[in-house]
Write a protein that binds this ligand. Structure first.
Ligand code: 2PG
Ligand code: MG
Length: 423
C-alpha cells in the first residue's frame, strides 16, 4: 500500500497551546492522524520542537507559540518526499533522518518529525490490518503496563504550589488494570475531599489533572497522600505505594537546590542525603529526577546508597536519548528511564532507546507530557513495546483518560496480562 497524501496542520493541546498534527492518507483511501504532545518542564537535552517566536510566522495571538514553521516543513519538505512511497514506518523514519540529519531534529522541528513518524506508525499498522499495539506486539498476549498516576502536582504544572512537581501513586497490588484504575480514582477523589476539609481550594486542577494543594514540607504532602490511600481502605505498601517526580532541574541554580515554598536550600551532597532520608521514611518506590539534568555526580552518589529495589528514574537526565542513556548505564547514574517520544523526535529511535534500556536491566516508563491531546497512541506504544509502566498524569481530563480508556479497551477486548515490574 502506498502513501497518497501527507498534510500537516496546527491544532490545540490541553493547555490551549498550538501543536502539530499530521495526517497520512493511503491508497486505500484511509487517513491516519497523530498529534504531538509538548512539555512544560522540558529538559535542555530534548529534541527541539519548532515554535514560531521571531519567525515570519509568529502569531501574536498565540504569544509566538504557534507551530506554522513545523507545519510548513511537513507540507513543503516532508510530504513531497513521502507521497507515492510504500507505507512503512522504518522507511518513513529513514527519510525523515535523511531530510534532517541533525541530532535534535532542529531543522525540521521534532514536533514535525514526530507527528509524521506517529501517523506513519498508525498507517503502517493499518496496512497490516493491525492496531498499533498489535503491530509492535505481534501475536503475543498484550502486556498492559502498570500505571503511575498523579494525585498532587506543583512545580511547572501548578504555579509552583509545591517545589516538587508531582506526588503519584502506583497500585502494585492490583490484579488487573481495571481494578488498578478504580483504586486510583478513589484515592484521587478522597484527596480532593481531604483538601477541601483542610480549607484548601481543590477545584484548582493542575496541568495534568492532579490536585494543586500547598504543604509545609514534602513529607507532609506524602503523608497526605498516604492518608488518602488508607481512608479508601487500601494498604499502603502492599497495595498502593508512592512515586515522586521531583523535577529538580527546575529549582537547582547550579550550586543549590532551593525549595522556595518551604524556605530551604541544600548543596548537592546535602540534597543527596535529604532524598535518601525522604525515600527511606516514606513509602516511595520510584523517584524521578531527584537531581538536576546535568548534576551526574549526585545521581551517581545516590545510586550508591539507594536500596536496589528503589526505582531511580531519569527524565530530564536522559531525555529519551541513546547517548545519555549509555552514559547513565556506564556511570551507574539511574536504573530506570522515562520514555517520551517527543523528547526523541522519531518512533523508531524512541523504540531503540527503550530496547537499549531493557537490555541493560533498566525499567522503562512510557510517558505523556503535560501538554497533551485526545490521541491514545501512547497507550498502544506502552503496551505494544511491553514497557512495563506508563505515566499519563491524573484521571481528570479527557486528554489523560483517552490513554487510560485505551488500556481498559485492551483489557476488555484482547488477550492481555497486567504487568507488575515491582514484584
Ligand atoms: C514530566 C512531564 C510529565 P512535562 O516531567 O515527567 O509529567 O512533565 O511534560 O511538563 O515535562
Ligand atoms: Mg518528569
Amino acid at each position: 500500500m502506498k502513501i497518497s497524501k501527507v498534510i500537516g496542520y496546527q491544532v490545540l493541546d490541553s493547555r490551549g497551546r498550538p501543536t502539530v498534527a499530521a495526517a497520512i492518507t493511503l491508497t486505500d483511501g484511509s487517513t491516519h492522524t497523530a498529534r504531538v504532545p509538548s512539555g512544560a518542564s522540558t529538559g535542555k537535552h530534548e529534541a527541539k520542537e519548532l515554535r514560531d517566536t521571531g519567525s515570519k510566522y509568529s502569531d501574536k495571538f498565540y504569544s509566538g507559540l504557534s507551530v506554522q514553521q513545523a507545519v510548513a516543513n511537513i507540507n513543503e519538505k516532508i510530504a513531497p518526499r513521502l507521497v507515492e512511497e510504500q507505507i512503512d514506518l522504518n522507511l518513513v523514519d529513514s527519510q525523515l533522518i535523511d531530510l534532517d540529519p541533525s541530532e535534535d531534529h532542529s531543522a525540521l522541528g521534532a514536533n514535525a518529525t514526530l507527528a509524521v513518524s506517529l501517523s506513519a506508525s498508525l498507517a503502517t499498522a493499518h496496512s497490516q490490518n493491525k492496531s498499533l499495539a498489535r503491530y509492535f506486539a505481534a501475536d503475543a498476549p498484550l502486556l498492559i503496563p502498570m500505571p503511575m498516576v498523579n494525585i498532587l502536582s506543583g512545580g511547572a504544572h501548578a504555579n509552583r504550589s509545591m517545589d516538587i512537581q508531582d506526588i503519584l501513586i502506583i497500585p502494585t497490588g492490583a490484579k488487573t488494570f481495571t481494578q488498578a484504575l478504580s483504586w486510583i480514582v478513589a484515592v484521587r477523589e478522597m484527596a480532593a475531599v481531604m483538601g477541601k476539609e483542610s480549607g484548601q481550594v481543590t477545584n484548582l486542577i493542575a496541568d495534568e489533572g492532579g490536585l494543586s494543594l500547598t504543604f509545609s514540607s514534602i513529607e507532609k504532602a506524602c503523608e497526605f497522600v498516604v492518608s488518602a490511600i488508607e481512608k479508601v481502605g487500601l494498604q499502603v505498601g502492599n497495595q498502593v505505594s508512592l512515586a515522586l517526580d521531583v523535577a529538580a532541574t527546575q529549582f537547582y541554580d547550579g550550586e543549590k537546590y532551593n525549595l522556595a515554598t518551604i524556605g530551604k536550600s541544600y548543596s548537592p551532597s546535602e540534597f543527596v542525603k535529604y532524598i535518601s532520608q525522604l525515600t527511606s521514611n516514606q513509602p516511595i518506590i520510584s523517584i524521578e529526577d531527584p537531581f538536576a539534568e546535568d548534576d551526574w555526580s549526585s545521581w551517581q552518589q545516590f545510586m550508591e546508597i539507594a536500596p536496589a529495589k528503589l526505582q531511580l528514574l531519569g527524565d530530564d537526565l536522559l531525555t529519551t536519548n541513546l547517548e545519555r542513556l549509555d552514559k547513565a548505564i556506564a556511570n551507574k547514574s539511574a536504573n530506570a528511564i522515562l520514555i517520551k517520544p517527543n523528547q526523541n523526535g522519531l518512533v523508531t529511535s524512541t523504540l531503540n532507546v527503550l530496547k537499549q534500556a531493557r537490555a541493560n536491566n533498566f525499567n522503562t516508563v512510557v510517558s505523556a507530557r503535560s501538554g497533551e491531546n485526545e490521541d491514545s497512541w501512547l497507550a498502544d506504544l506502552a503496551t505494544g513495546w511491553s514497557a512495563g509502566q506508563i505515566k499519563v498524569g491524573s484521571t481528570h481530563g479527557s486528554e489523560r483518560n483517552a490513554k487510560w480508556n485505551r488500556l481498559l479497551e485492551f483489557e476488555a477486548t484482547e488477550e492481555t496480562r497486567f504487568i507488575n515490574p515491582f514484584n
